[in-house]
Ligand binder design. Structure first.
Ligand code: TYM
Length: 332
C-alpha cells in the first residue's frame, strides 16, 4: 500500500474548518487504501514561542480531534512528533543539504517575519520547512495530503529527497503533494480574500470546530458576502459567496453547480442559513466525540504510545540507511 504522511500543529485550542476541509478530511479518507502516518507536530509548535502547559494540553486535544474526525488507530498510525527522535536527527542532516538562500525563499517564513522583521525570529522558524521535509522523508512517503499553503514546503521536501538521492545514492522516495483543488484553501469569513487561519485578525472570520455550535452558526450568518444578490460561483468577483458554496458543497457532498442551480431565485440569507445548518450538523457530534475522548486521557496516551512505536520502527530504518550513505561510522 502506498504510504501517506501528514502533520498538524498543536498551536490552537481547536482545529478550524480550513484544517478540516483542507487536510484532515482527506487523512480520514486515505486510511484504508494507504499505509498512513499522521502526526501532531509539537516540535514545529515551539518555533514561535509558546506556553508549556498549553502545548501539552493542545497536543492531546489535537490527537483527540483527529480521532473524533474519524482517524482509527487500527487503520492508521497516529503519533506525536517529539516521541520519535529520528525527526530531529534527520532534520539536522537535511539542514546540511539545504541552501541558506533556498530556505530564505520560503514564503511562510517571509510572511511570519514580515511585521517584526527577521531579527526577532528564531533559527527554528527559519529551518521549519527542513524539519517538515524530515517528517515526510523518514516514512518513504508517496503522498502528502495538505492544504494549498503547504505546497512550497512540499516542493522543498521533494528537492531535498532528489538532492540526497543524487549525491549519495537512491535512499528516499520523492513525495507527491495531495491537494484537493476544491477545498485547498478555505477563506476567512470576514475577509474572503485571505485564508482562514489561526492568526486571523478577527475571531469572527474563523469556524473553530470545538466552539459552541451556536457561535459557529452566528459567524456563518454574519459572513461577509458580496455586492449583488445572485448566488453564483465566482472566486474573483464573489469571493464570499464562493467560499460559502465551497463549504456547503464539501459538507453535504453536493457539487457546487448543483447548489448554484438550487439557489436560483433565492438570496444570500437562504444560502447562509443552509451553510450554518450544515456546519452545526458537523460540529455538534465532532465536539461531543472530542470531549468524550479527552475524558479518558489514559486511552489517548496508549494510542499515541502505540503509534510512536510503529512510527519509530519505520523512521529508524530510514535513518540507519541515511547514516550509512553519509559515511557515518556504525556505532558498535
Ligand atoms: P497547520 O497546522 O498550519 O495546518 C494543518 C493542515 O491544515 C491545512 N490548512 C488549510 N487548508 C485549507 N484552507 C485553509 N484555510 C487552511 N488552513 C490550514 C494546512 O495546509 C495543513 O495541511 N507545516 C504544517 C504541519 C506539518 C506537516 C508536516 C504537514 C509539519 N510537518 C509534514 C505535512 C507533512 C502546518 O503548519 O500545518
Amino acid at each position: 500500500r502506498p504510504r501517506v504522511f501528514s502533520g498538524i500543529q498543536p498551536t490552537a485550542d481547536s482545529f478550524h474548518l480550513g484544517n478540516y476541509l483542507g487536510a484532515v478530511r482527506q487523512w480520514v479518507g486515505m486510511q484504508d487504501e494507504h499505509d498512513a502516518f499522521y502526526c501532531v507536530v509539537d516540535l514545529h509548535a515551539i518555533t514561535m514561542g509558546h506556553d508549556p502547559a498549553k502545548l501539552r494540553e493542545r497536543s492531546l486535544r489535537s490527537a483527540a480531534q483527529l480521532l473524533a474526525a474519524g482517524l482509527d488507530p487500527e487503520r492508521c498510525t497516529l503519533f506525536v512528533q517529539s516521541h520519535v527522535a529520528e525527526h530531529t536527527q534527520l532534520a539536522w542532516i537535511l539542514g546540511c543539504l539545504t541552501g541558506f538562500g533556498e530556505a530564505g525563499r520560503m514564503t511562510q517564513f517571509k510572511d511570519k517575519t514580515q511585521k517584526q522583521g527577521v531579527e526577532g525570529a528564531t533559527v527554528g522558524l527559519f529551518t521549519y520547512p527542513v524539519l517538515m521535509a524530515a517528517d515526510i522523508l523518514l516514512y518513504q512517503t508517496d503522498a502528502v495530503p495538505v492544504g494549498e499553503d503547504q505546497r512550497q514546503h512540499l516542493e522543498l521536501s521533494r528537492d531535498l529527497a532528489q538532492r540526497f538521492n543524487a549525491r549519495f545514492g537512491k535512499t528516499f522516495r520523492v513525495p507527491e503533494p495531495f491537494i484537493l483543488a476544491d477545498t485547498a484553501k478555505i477563506y476567512d469569513l470576514q475577509d474572503p480574500t485571505a485564508k482562514m487561519s489561526k492568526s486571523s485578525s478577527s475571531p469572527n472570520g474563523i469556524i473553530d470546530l470545538l466552539d459552541d455550535p451556536k457561535t459557529s452558526a452566528k459567524r456563518i450568518r454574519s459572513a461577509v458576502t458580496d455586492s449583488g444578490r445572485e448566488i453564483t460561483f465566482d472566486r474573483e468577483n464573489k469571493p464570499g459567496v464562493s467560499n460559502l458554496l465551497t463549504i456547503l458543497s464539501a459538507l453535504t457532498g453536493r457539487p457546487v453547480p448543483e447548489l448554484v442551480d438550487a439557489y436560483a431565485g433565492k438570496g444570500y440569507g437562504d444560502l447562509k442559513r443552509d451553510v450554518a445548518d450544515a456546519v452545526v450538523e458537523f460540529v455538534t457530534p465532532f465536539r461531543e466525540r472530542t470531549l468524550a475522548l479527552l475524558e479518558d486521557p489514559e486511552s489517548l496516551d496508549n494510542i499515541l504510545a502505540r503509534g510512536a512505536e510503529r512510527a519509530r520502527t519505520v523512521a529508524a530504518e530510514t535513518l540507519r540507511e541515511v547514516e550509512d550513505r553519509l559515511g557515518f561510522v556504525v556505532a558498535k
